[in-house]
Design a protein around this ligand. Sequence first.
Ligand SMILES: [Zn+2]
Length: 89
Amino acid sequence: MAYEEVNLNDMKYDLELEAFTYECPCGDLFQITMEELEAGEEIAYCPSCSLVVMVEYGQSELVKAQERIRSADKLESVVPPAGAKAIAA
Ligand SMILES: [Zn+2]
């Protein structure tokens, strides 16, 4: 039995888990990866309990999800290392 139906757009992308997540009532997170979504998987599992959520998505949500992963990666890599100096050309 699925706990809830969640639109992929309402899930948060977690950079550390590398998965789309949604809050589970147990306090942990339902998780589903981009690879699983691309494979047609629709169930996000919570690693701490037996609940699952049905993830609703179509092609447009998948495209948006890929963009969100790209921008999340960018946000992380855009932080310059401490002490880095720009070199004048
Ligand atoms: Zn749970």
